[in-house]
Write a protein that binds this ligand. Structure first.
Ligand code: GAP
Length: 445
């Protein structure tokens, strides 16, 4: 994990937030390549949810909702984490995640395992972040930054039913920021207090809920392997009954084997009719489906809920590789081209050669009309290749003396390091085809 954190910083993917003021624990800013990569993760998710299907529509709901929403959803009363304090080291830990935390006195041990640890009994702690809405302090309402995007979807159930004229089974998908006052944030992007979620609520006839639950677990697992995550690093773990959230009838986590162990990437939950019933009751607006023949029911909800920050971390971890080539070490991100921040680099071999620069610039201008590509003329060619390897650029087109004579360029493959020559006029089509090709990580299964 340290290597990923260091690469992310060195290459401008992710920076610690508010750094010049000493930082703010577990808050991060995304730099250029981080933004490009996270946008790709979100775009692939939206494609799979919306573009490739007919039964899901998009939504972007507000972050701050009427506080009554959180009463109805159960978050005000139930979104608690059990927390323990250590009287010896004065640190605070999640009681249900002690095995992921380090003892403050002896970091090689977990809290409670060292002889001097002195833990309190677990206490409940609400993780919703509060703020005030309105300019006058006296009349400002206490509101919450949403701890999940899902509730905005339930509130729009009726709008979508009526205006988008949908009938179950149908889904509503949304990507957006959520906030939680996590007790033990950490492990880089894995658990932060401000993060994004990619959630989809799929409304189904009650008797189809089990079937759709199983369907979405498989579908979501397949999404991660489709974009290059090794199958051996993924597993599905059904929750034990005592782990289930207050709204859930069944949940399975898609887990990834991070360097710190198996951890949740995404949860797929069968929320039953809990949310629509709760909001119907609290708002007085009936949230149900009425068919043309007059049949009526409250749909059940299957929810795949993931996060682009956590997914991006898994994509980075899974892609990270080091190898020795011709006695030189190289670090390479073997990212699936569809999530790689930059698809190709255009490199003139000699930056002072006018002919090479002219050809390289023309090629760059042509390629950038369709793809995120980078032009780089700074430094020795070996260094430029290494830079592109570290940001995971799948292809590099090099313009050399031969290009000026015969209008061909070399293309270098990031993973195999194979090079071939192509007519410069055919590069755009070649790249198009190469980015569409099925891709499998050379790191094995
Ligand atoms: N609506 C259900 C829900 O919010 P969750 O398992 O608490 O379920 C879903 O969150 C996903 O959101 C997680 O699998 C993870 O990808 C992401 N997520 C949750 N808390 C996070 C945090 N503190 N930092 C980063 N991502 C987080």
């Amino acid at each position: 994990m340290d290597k990923i954190v260091s690469l992310c910083r060195r290459r401008g993917f992710v920076f610690p937030s508010s750094e010049i003021y000493g930082g703010l624990g577990s808050a991060y800013d995304y730099g250029h390549y981080g933004v490009l990569m996270k946008n790709n993760v979100k775009a692939r998710w939206l494609e799979s949810m919306i573009q490739e299907r007919d039964d899901i529509v998009a939504l972007d709901s507000a972050i701050i909702l009427n506080p009554r929403v959180w009463e109805a959803s159960g978050h005000t009363q139930l979104m608690h984490d059990p927390l323990v304090d250590c009287r010896a080291c004065k640190l605070r830990f999640r009681a249900d995640a002690l095995d992921q935390a380090q003892c403050g006195l002896k970091p090689s041990k977990h809290p409670g395992e060292f002889k001097d640890c002195d833990l309190t009994e677990p206490r409940e702690f609400n993780v919703m972040l509060a703020t005030s809405f309105g300019v006058l302090e006296e009349s400002a309402a206490k509101v919450y930054l949403r701890p999940e995007t899902a509730q905005g979807i339930f509130l729009n159930f009726k709008n979508v039913l009526q205006i988008a004229r949908r009938k179950p089974p149908f889904g509503i998908a949304q990507i957006g920021k959520s906030f939680r006052n996590e007790i033990t944030p950490g492990n880089f992007l894995f658990r932060t207090r401000e993060f994004e979620q990619m959630e989809m609520e799929f409304f189904v006839p009650p008797d189809e809920a089990d079937e759709w639950y199983r369907y979405w677990v498989e579908e979501r697992l397949g999404w991660y392997t489709r974009y290059g995550i090794r199958e051996s690093k993924l597993r599905v773990r059904p929750h034990e009954p005592d782990e289930l959230s207050h709204y859930s009838q069944a949940t399975s986590d898609v887990e990834y084997l991070f360097p710190i162990g198996w951890l949740e990437l995404e949860g797929v939950a069968n929320r039953g009719d809990y949310d629509l019933r709760q909001h119907s009751e609290h708002s007085g607006t009936k949230l149900e489906y009425v068919g043309e023949g007059g049949e009526r029911y409250v749909p059940h909800v299957i929810e795949p809920a993931g996060g682009p920050d956590r997914s991006m971390l898994a994509f980075l971890v899974d892609a990270y590789d080091e190898e020795v080539v011709a006695e030189r070490e190289r670090t390479v991100l073997r990212l699936h081209p569809a999530v790689a921040p930059v698809k190709a680099a255009v490199l003139p071999l000699i930056a002072k050669d006018e002919g090479m620069v002219r050809h390289a610039r023309a090629l760059y201008e042509e390629l950038r009309t369709r793809h995120m590509v980078e032009y780089d003329e700074g430094g020795a060619i070996g260094r430029r290749y290494r830079r592109q390897d570290e940001i995971g650029t799948p292809f590099a087109f090099t313009v050399d003396e031969q290009t000026v004579g015969d209008e061909t360029v070399t293309v270098r493959d990031r993973d195999s390091l194979a090079q071939e020559r192509l007519p410069i006029g055919g590069v755009q089509d070649w790249l198009e085809e190469a980015l569409e090709r099925p891709w499998k990580t050379p790191k094995g299964d």
